[in-house]
Design a protein around this ligand. Structure first.
Ligand code: NAI
Length: 337
């Protein structure tokens, strides 16, 4: 039976990279009916809203979406579409696997770790006010419910992906109540997963350890703000936002996306690198149970970079988006025999 998936091609390079990814998924033989929607800057100019209701309705119905980058309209009074999507659909888990790709050399060696970030609360609750002129209070909200469900998500993910260790990252030595609650919930949940090692580390030390000995980590579990910062740091260890995937997952649905923006400087030039979105689509295929296709595409990506040395310009190669896409499709056919 065909999967029905909401597709948001997005702005700037969005249509080029989503086109590439759809082509590769179809070549892998996965049967998907795409419900395609406009969002972002184009939707704002067409419908007066960067995130029209039919887009949300479609994701609610299909429960899975693949999203290209969206230009955030500046000075329009509309909140970021990405933030609205997360809030409206309660996509509480941000998942960012970070692993080395062949041919992308960094000073940090071979890496394979996963950052799990709580997406709905902490200092991102937007609760700020002026107490008296010159004094501002910004509220950090941590709840037992959100901390428990994100811990459970991290351990379930560890179990389903055969990972061995989850490390909770915190600053409970200073924020004894808020980060203390996050850590308590983590420890309680951990008792249900005796086969997975559970430990914790203070966030500032974690940043140093990530740069000095990143291979020690497996899954890192963080609150919203620490997760925002540490996930970009981790992406930098393997070559940056242009290659790492991202997913926002909740009970009502899951949105898979690249973490980079709409790159207006190279839009329409057949120069964009679809790797980040392709890696996000591999996560999506695993999420919908298409593991064989996910493994095939992942293998073809590695083969294309390692054996064929085909790369887009941002990675020091000369291939256009189309040439790179076709090289991955050809690799897939070779690997599939
Ligand atoms: P950006 O990520 O779009 O571009 C930064 C630099 O990286 C540019 O030189 C661009 O050419 C390059 N780049 C980015 N992705 C690339 C790719 N796949 N292949 C080759 N080169 C790539 O960041 P910028 O310029 O700050 O943002 C542009 C727009 O994107 C803004 O409106 C911003 O709000 C939006 N944005 C959207 C995001 C999303 O929808 N998830 C995330 C970040 C920014």
């Amino acid at each position: 039976m065909a999967h029905r998936i909401t597709l948001i091609p997005g702005d700037g390079i969005g249509p080029e990279i989503t086109g590439a990814v759809v082509r590769i998924i179809e070549a892998a033989g996965v049967d998907i009916e795409w419900d395609s929607f406009v969002a972002g800057a184009e939707a704002l100019s067409r419908y007066g809203d960067p995130l029209p209701d039919p887009v949300l309705d479609s994701i609610r119905q299909n429960r899975v979406a693949l999203k290209g980058p969206l230009t955030t309209p500046v000075g329009t009074g509309f909140a970021s579409v990405n933030v609205r999507l997360r809030k409206t659909l309660d996509l509480y888990a941000n998942l960012r696997p970070v692993h080395t790709l062949p041919g992308i050399v960094t000073p940090f060696g071979e890496l394979d770790l996963v950052v799990v970030r709580e997406n709905t609360e902490d200092l991102y609750s937007g609760l700020e006010h002026v107490v008296v002129p010159g004094v501002v209070e910004s509220l950090k909200i941590i709840t037992e419910r959100a901390s428990t469900r994100i811990a459970r998500f991290a351990f379930d993910y560890a179990r389903s992906e055969g990972r061995k260790r989850v490390t909770a990252i915190h600053k409970a030595n200073i924020m004894k109540l808020s980060d203390g609650l996050f850590l308590d919930c983590f420890r309680k949940v951990a008792t249900d997963y005796p086969e997975i090692k559970a430990d914790d580390m203070i966030v500032d030390n974690t940043c140093m350890q990530l740069v000095m000995r990143p291979q020690q980590f497996d899954i890192l579990l963080l609150e919203n703000l620490y997760g925002d910062i540490v996930s970009d740091l981790a992406a930098g260890l393997v070559g940056g936002l242009g290659i790492v995937p991202g997913a926002n997952i909740g009970e009502l649905g899951a949105v898979f996306e690249a973490v980079h923006g709409s790159a207006p400087d190279i839009a329409g030039k057949n120069m964009a690198n679809p790797t980040a979105l392709l890696q996000s689509s591999i996560l999506m295929l695993r999420h919908i149970g298409e593991r064989r296709a996910a493994d095939l595409i992942h293998g073809a990506l590695i083969h294309t970079l390692r054996e064929k040395h085909v790369r887009t310009r941002d990675l020091g190669g000369a291939a256009s988006t189309t040439e790179y896409t076709e090289a991955i499709v050809a690799s897939m056919r070779e690997l599939a025999g």
